[in-house]
Design a protein around this ligand. Structure first.
Ligand SMILES: C[S@@+](CC[C@H](N)C(=O)[O-])C[C@H]1O[C@@H](n2cnc3c(N)ncnc32)[C@H](O)[C@@H]1O
Length: 252
């Protein structure tokens, strides 16, 4: 109960919602997600270590405060892209939207257009159409054994997965995953990639060009409805534990 109260303070929500069952359930699931471990950077670091390369290239789309993730990444070379919407200092290499960055990368205006990244972490604008484009672009710039990693693929409720980031009186409060889950789901239908989602830190999606994971053989949610997603969460995402990921990585 104490945890819920402090969560409510964090949400800036008043007493008016303390009895509302939608708020109470969303708050319970928010707390459950917050308590999960490991964090995204541990997963990214594990993927970067795979293959024991001496030189690795890492790209993060959407950095915000680099102390939360970017600065914790162990990679020989690393680059950040962010137009600076949410964090005034915005200490990144490329102060651009992801679309502008990939466009300039193709033209050789930023970095070498032949560069390949070992991991590209997509964590910019969390709207499905944008994440679709980020995935499509990233596929052209990961190495053959590289990975695309995506944050916020496993929203606990439809309120977390709303399109509207600004509405803080929602049962999800200030916790927002957006609609990234839809883009990840669509990517799982691509037979030339395989994917999984680690059940931690709001769902850490991983896409590989190799056959490490699975892809969706059949579209079980053609209208991308949240209720259908919820009923088929494990299959929709190939939701697995971090330990299972470690097993898969070490056996390939
Ligand atoms: C969720 S935060 C990133 C958090 C960070 N990756 C982490 O793990 O702590 C999203 C960031 O994406 C940035 N952003 C918004 N629209 C973007 C776009 N079109 N392209 C790239 N980044 C974008 C925002 O400015 C914000 O800093």
């Amino acid at each position: 109960m104490e945890k819920l109260k402090s969560l409510r303070r964090l949400y800036h929500l008043g007493k008016e919602y303390s009895e509302d069952p939608f708020h109470l359930e969303a708050e319970r699931l928010t707390q459950k997600e917050i308590d999960k471990r490991p964090f995204r950077y541990e997963i990214i670091n594990l993927l970067l270590q795979k293959g024991g390369k001496a030189h690795t290239n890492y790209l993060e789309i959407g950095v915000r405060n680099p102390d939360h993730n970017f600065n914790k990444i162990d990679s020989k070379a690393k680059y950040g892209v962010d137009p600076g919407v949410e964090f005034k200092e915005n200490p990144v290499d490329f102060k651009l939207t992801s679309d502008a960055f990939f466009d300039q990368l193709r033209k050789g205006e930023v970095l070498e257009p032949t560069i390949k990244f070992d991991v590209i972490f997509i964590d910019g604008l969390h709207l499905a159409e944008q994440v679709d484009r980020d995935i499509k672009n990233a596929l052209d710039f990961i190495s053959e054994d590289g990975f695309i990693v995506l944050h916020d693929c496993n929203p606990p409720t439809q309120y977390h997965a709303s399109e509207n980031f600004a509405y803080k009186k929602s049962p999800a409060g200030r916790f927002w995953t957006g609609t990234s889950w839809k883009a990840f789901y669509r990517a799982r239908l691509n037979p030339s990639t395989s994917s999984c989602c680690i059940d931690t830190d709001w769902g850490v999606g991983i896409i590989s060009k190799n056959n490490l994971f699975t892809h969706l053989e059949k579209d079980i949610n053609p209208y991308l409805e949240f209720s259908v997603f919820e009923e088929n969460r494990t299959e929709s995402l190939n939701l697995i534990s971090f330990n299972k990921l470690k097993e898969i990585i070490s056996s390939h």
